[in-house]
Design a binder for this molecule. Structure first.
Ligand SMILES: N[C@@H]1[C@@H](O)[C@H](O)[C@@H](COP(=O)(O)O)O[C@@H]1O
Length: 261
């Protein structure tokens, strides 16, 4: 696992956006480059920077397909707080991606279990995910794989923890009772099947999740820790998120990434 420590959220986001653009531009295949994408506040800086690079003509998304990590169950696609709306407003509406290449689980489907199976099948039809970008919850969850999620899990329904509901209430006028209680989420194994995985962990509130993900054992209670088993896993964090790391861990990753002499 690589741990890239950047001074702040802005520089961390720029590093990730540049990395993604490089991968898209190196991809010379007729099949689209397949990106897995998250919502939440963590990826906003990356999306802003990707839009800027697109406007600067440094990248095109015409040969890119995307699969989002998750979606609330019970919200129509056009609902203001659906992840579908979030993705359009913050990313898809500002780039040249083809709408038919943007995939988000349908949380309003009448058969959610079938929707989950079909989502996995669709990923396979595209040849798997080249690069999965994700955030992390304060309790170490990736996508909506809350503590206790099987590390072998695939796309399925998950019940959200109270902690996640309270954290996400900020998107629902601070009203926890408006936050859906269940979601469709890709599984830990869906994310780990991607050829590369990048997790963003910025801010003091992610310090514990970062510690458990980097220094803790691989376990179901901190699903971010599954990244330790991935052959090409990267966590990009800011200084604030390193607060709980051992000094030795911090110095080790700074040294091997060449950011201290
Ligand atoms: N399902 C999402 C996750 O994908 C996200 O990583 C997490 C953290 O959100 P934020 O980036 O806003 O801290 O929130 C939600 O639970």
């Amino acid at each position: 696992m690589r741990l890239i420590i950047k001074p702040d959220y802005g520089t961390a986001s720029e590093w990730i956006a540049k990395y993604i653009v490089q991968k898209i531009n190196q991809h010379n295949d007729n099949k689209p480059f397949v990106l897995g994408l998250p919502t939440g506040s963590s990826p906003l800086g990356v999306y802003r920077e990707l839009v800027r690079l697109y406007e600067n003509k440094e990248v095109s998304f015409q040969n890119v397909a995307t699969f989002n990590m998750d979606e609330y169950i019970g919200l129509e696609k056009g609902h203001a707080q659906s992840y579908s709306t979030f993705m359009k407003e913050n990313f898809f509406n500002h780039i040249d991606i083809l709408p038919e290449n943007c995939h988000i689980p349908d949380g309003s489907s009448s058969d959610i279990n079938r929707e989950c199976l079909q989502y996995e099948e669709k990923i396979l039809q595209y040849g798997g995910i080249d690069l999965f970008l994700g955030g992390v919850g304060e309790d170490g969850h990736i996508a909506f794989n809350e503590p206790g999620s099987s590390l072998q899990s695939k796309t399925r329904i998950k019940t959200l923890t109270n902690n996640t509901i309270l954290n996400n209430a900020r998107f629902f006028n601070n009203n926890p009772s408006d936050v859906p209680k269940t979601a469709i989420t890709v599984g830990v194994s869906t994310i780990m099947s991607a050829r590369e995985v990048i997790i963003i962990a910025c801010g003091h509130n992610k310090a514990r999740a970062l510690k458990m993900g980097v220094e803790g054992s691989v376990n179901q209670m901190w699903t971010i820790s599954a990244l330790q088993l991935h052959p090409k896993g990267i966590i990009v964090c800011d200084e604030d998120a390193t607060m709980e790391l051992k000094v030795g861990t911090y110095r080790y990753f700074k040294e091997i990434e060449g950011s201290i002499i």
